[in-house]
Design a protein around this ligand. Structure first.
Ligand code: ADP
Ligand code: MG
Length: 558
């Protein structure tokens, strides 16, 4: 069959899409009949796992067996959760979300007669936020592997959304802004699209701001209303069941307000019930500052982009994606603030569909390569090598051999996708007033591969060595408080004897596309040097991977 799929593995909701027979991207429904599935996992027992709405409901009764927001921890060093006596890394927990959307996707295709009983969804492209570093990307891929999938690629969510909007289709070059307000994160990305190239210019946002915060505002309002009405001195949220129920009710009310002016909510506590009628204008008032902070973060990103020679005026359109951009307040405010054409189109599905388009073009491209290889009696690897080294033009070769290419340009291989560093990297040193600072050598949003050099001096004459404490941070300034950075490693440069304070120590950092940070330091007196490499990844060990796959393949997901 050769079908390939795109999966949007979201913080709060996930979604799977493929390209149907007519060439259109289509999202597959889950067993509940919904297009998106809550990224919530309920570990009923060692082998029974449930994912989605049912898991979300179960949080009321079994909060310690239900995991939400796992994407926030994926690829973070040292994170694991003990569930039913088993230590699980975020990769493994995420794999269940993938299994659920894949399994339901298969069922839905089977029901339509589009998949045979012995066929399975195997080849997928999974999306991740543009700010994800290598560790997070590798972990996302590992989640796919644990789920038994063949991960063709991990691509950026805003890039996927841009592909769906068709912005890669016309030949002009333009700059778009993808405003993605999801359930637990707000990501803002400036993308420059040129023929043959999708370039991320700048990313910003807040990874702890999303629809969930809008829900919480409703929740607090409901609690206030209940307390005013009943005069109870209790904090009704101390009751876990009331709390979980109100959380769900708040999200429901929020969604209703996207379509209607009013939403009725009942608050039940200790047998007493209070009805609250929430209006859209009250809701907008309760959440105005949250919306304002997305605007501020967008302005911050514009400031960053200016350093790279791009400004707000370069942006020809703003694309609203993410479920939370369905709140009418979002479109209204974004338009007012920036005066740039703002479009909302498929906010729940654009990312998964873009991943499916990308996967399809990638697999089509691979099929074409296979055909060419067959025709020329070469191996696919040989053909790939010739293409990579520029010795072969795939489109020309395909034409010659009469191989049809549906897609035209291929975002998979011949469109270069350029990324930026999601963090700043620096080393600790003392400033002129002798206080310890973090001196950033590569700044956030620098285009990859990135390189930077700074000069330092020894603190004292006859110093024996210099130690470099290398830290990553989310700051954009060159010299910052060391507390803002997270240590990723150290290196030491041993001095020759008789070093003086006027010796220059030149420190160069190079960050490659795979996220590996190289340090090179050299002093100009004796010419001594030191090299070090820091892998910013914290991958699963082979054993951990094997265990996770074993557990995953022996449990049933529903
Ligand atoms: P993520 O990618 O972070 O998982 P999504 O883009 O899927 O998030 O968006 C999920 C968020 O969108 C949730 O907070 C959900 O409540 C919210 N949402 C979904 N539909 C609506 C709607 N009609 N109105 C308002 N918010 C919505
Ligand atoms: Mg999303």
């Amino acid at each position: 069959m050769g079908k390939v799929f795109g999966i949007d593995l979201g913080t709060t909701y996930s979604c799977i899409a493929y390209i149907d027979a007519s060439g259109k991207p289509v999202v597959l429904k889950n067993a509940e009949g919904d297009l998106t599935t809550p990224s919530v996992v309920y570990f009923e027992s060692g082998t029974e796992v449930s994912v989605g709405s049912a898991a979300k409901e179960s949080a009321k009764m079994y909060p310690e067996q239900v995991v939400s927001f796992i994407k926030r921890s994926i690829g973070q060093p040292g994170v694991s959760q003990n569930i039913n006596g088993v230590d699980m890394k975020p990769e493994e927990i995420s794999s269940y979300i993938l299994k659920k959307v894949v399994q339901d996707g298969e069922d839905s295709l089977r029901m339509e007669g589009k998949l045979d009983d012995d066929e399975h969804i195997k080849d997928v492209v999974i999306t991740c936020p543009a700010y994800f570093g290598v560790a997070e990307r590798d972990a996302t891929k590992a989640a796919g592997t644990i789920a038994g999938l063949n991960v063709l690629a991990i691509i950026n969510e805003p890039t996927a959304a841009a592909i769906t909007y068709g912005v890669t289709d016309d030949s002009s070059s333009k700059t778009v802004l993808v405003y993605d307000l999801g359930g637990g994160t707000f990501d803002i990305t400036m993308i420059n699209i040129n023929p043959g190239e999708i370039r991320v210019i700048c990313t910003g946002g807040n990874h702890e701001l999303g629809g969930k915060d809008w829900d919480d505002r409703i929740l607090m309002y409901l609690v206030d209303q209940y307390q005013n009405e009943t005069g109870t001195p209790d904090n009704i949220l101390d009751d876990a069941e009331t709390f979980q129920e109100l959380l769900l009710a708040s999200e429901r009310a929020k969604k209703l307000l996207s379509a209607k002016e009013k939403a009725p909510v009942a608050v039940n506590y200790m047998g007493e019930r209070v009805r609250v009628e929430l209006t859209r204008s009250k809701f907008d008032e309760l959440t105005d500052d949250l919306l304002s902070s997305t605007i501020e973060l967008t302005r911050d990103m514009f400031k960053e982009a200016e350093k790279k020679g791009f400004s707000q005026n370069d942006v020809s359109e703003i694309l609203l994606v993410g479920g939370s951009s369905k709140m009418p307040q979002v479109m209204k405010r974004v338009k007012e603030e920036f005066g740039i054409e703002t479009k909302m189109f498929d906010p729940d599905e654009a990312v998964a569909k873009g991943a499916a388009i990308y996967a399809d073009k990638m697999s089509e491209y691979n099929i074409v390569l296979e055909e060419i290889a067959k025709n020329q009696g070469k191996s696919v690897e040989e053909v790939k090598e010739q293409v990579d080294s520029g010795k072969m033009d795939v489109e020309k070769e395909a034409k010659k051999a009469n191989i049809k290419m549906r897609g035209g340009r291929l975002p998979g291989d011949d469109v270069k996708i350029i990324n930026v560093s999601s963090r700043s990297f620096g080393t600790e040193a003392y400033d002129e007033s002798d206080s310890l600072k973090l001196f950033n050598i590569i700044l956030r949003n620098a285009e990859l591969p990135a390189e930077g050099t700074s000069c330092f001096n020894p603190r004292q004459n006859n110093q024996k060595s210099a130690k470099f404490t290398v830290k990553e941070s989310l700051t954009s300034e060159e010299i910052v408080d060391p507390e803002l950075g997270k240590e990723i490693g150290t290196a030491e440069l041993i001095f020759p004897s008789g070093i003086t304070v006027d010796t220059e120590i030149e420190v160069t950092f190079r960050l490659d596309e795979s996220g590996l940070l190289h340090l090179h330091a050299k002093e100009n007196k004796g010419g001594r040097e030191v090299d070090a490499e820091f892998q910013t990844t914290e991958a699963l060990s082979e054993q951990e991977m094997t265990d996770a796959i074993r557990r995953s393949s022996s449990s049933s997901v529903n």
